[in-house]
Write a protein of this length. Structure first.
Length: 356
């Protein structure tokens, strides 16, 4: 099949997950063309070359470590003219220089979705965000998060409506409320699948939503614990706190050998930690409901703790006894990406039969 694959540029989680799916599709004999933006475009172009075309996407703006609605709106309006020009050029380029597509796969990306609708092509959605609008959430949402939930639902429902099928990647399983939806395990990078987890002495910390000046002295309040910190791209030794420069291989090695993980509420790292059975301390970025939900599910499933702030006392409470979290995680089973690939192949077959 001839497939157009859309990947958003906001963060690299979508790109690393989509890379796994794109490789599977190519290995299965499909012809795949990719559209993406920002850092995700560069990562995917490095892997798939001329198959990847650049578009302009939507980006969030932050103020005091939280999503700023006013700054996001201002950024969107300021960049809209240039973005529209580039995207219109890319639309014409796809029509002129690419083969006739059979369908579109979107990882929560809008350009490819609108292209599909304009060309009357079926759309398959593969992402974790649709869990917000296509399931009955099984955690209690506190009053202060309800406005964020409603905003998230509006955004998610408007993103890819009336797709042919929704493959929702998730490590938790609330009841479905919509048809044409399948919950599948998270997409795991081959390097993580190949890793052999061990229980080392260190705690891996990924916290880009704070700053180095605040984080290092806070972690030094736990001098008996070694912390290996990613997110600042620095190579520094501060006693029990080791700041690590960016390195995919180094990060995976430290993750696989960590005794626990401290992160925000991002889906990718939490999913990889669950896959490797690592206890998780999750501190979601404020005003991002999807991150709050991931962190709340971590605590509900007894995979770790969920805190609103990263403090020395909260870390002590988390690290005091990891055994209950390890026991709960031991029951989690996932065989790489086999289930996701099998269901995706089934859906592609169903769509292909309909095209015939």
């Amino acid at each position: 099949m001839n497939i157009l694959y859309g990947v958003p540029g906001e963060g690299l989680g979508h790109a690393t997950r989509s890379k796994v799916i794109i490789r599977h599709l190519l290995d299965a004999g499909h012809d795949v063309q990719v559209v993406s933006s920002s850092r995700a475009f560069k990562l995917l172009q490095d892997n798939f070359g001329e198959r990847v075309r650049e578009i302009r996407g939507f980006h969030l703006a932050y103020k005091h470590l939280s999503v700023s609605k006013s700054r996001t709106a201002s950024l969107t309006l300021r960049t809209a003219p240039d973005s529209l020009r580039l995207n219109f050029t890319r639309y014409r380029d796809l029509l002129r220089n690419c083969c006739r597509f059979d369908l579109v796969i979107s990882d929560f990306e809008s350009f490819s979705y609108f292209f599909a609708k304009a060309q009357r092509l079926p759309v398959i959605s593969i992402d974790n965000m649709q869990i917000i609008s296509r399931t009955q959430l099984d955690v209690v949402v506190p009053k202060k998060e309800r406005a964020n939930l409603q905003l998230a639902r509006h955004v998610v429902r408007a993103k890819l409506p009336r797709s042919q099928h929704y493959l929702v990647t998730t490590f938790f399983h609330p009841p479905l409320t919509k048809t044409d939806t399948t919950l599948v395990p998270p997409i795991i990078r081959p390097e993580i699948v190949a890793a052999r987890p061990t229980a080392g002495p260190h705690v891996l910390v990924y916290q880009s939503s704070t700053n180095q000046a605040d984080l290092v002295p806070m972690l030094q309040q736990l001098p008996q614990q070694e912390f290996r910190v990613y997110g600042f791209n620095r190579d520094e030794d501060h006693g029990n706190v080791k700041l690590r420069p960016f390195s995919e291989a180094g990060f995976i090695a430290d993750l696989a050998s960590a005794r626990a993980v401290v992160t925000n509420g991002g889906f990718s790292l939490i999913s990889e930690a669950v896959y490797l059975h690592k206890p998780i301390c999750a501190i979601p970025i404020p005003a991002q409901f999807e991150q709050w939900l991931n962190a709340a599910e971590v605590e509900k499933l007894h995979y770790g703790r969920h805190f609103s702030d990263l403090t020395a006392d909260n870390l002590r409470a988390f690290l005091y006894d990891l055994q209950p979290f390890e026991q709960a995680l031991a029951s989690y089973e996932q065989h790489g990406n086999e289930e996701l690939f099998a269901r995706l192949d089934d859906v592609l077959g169903e769509v292909g039969a309909g095209l015939g």
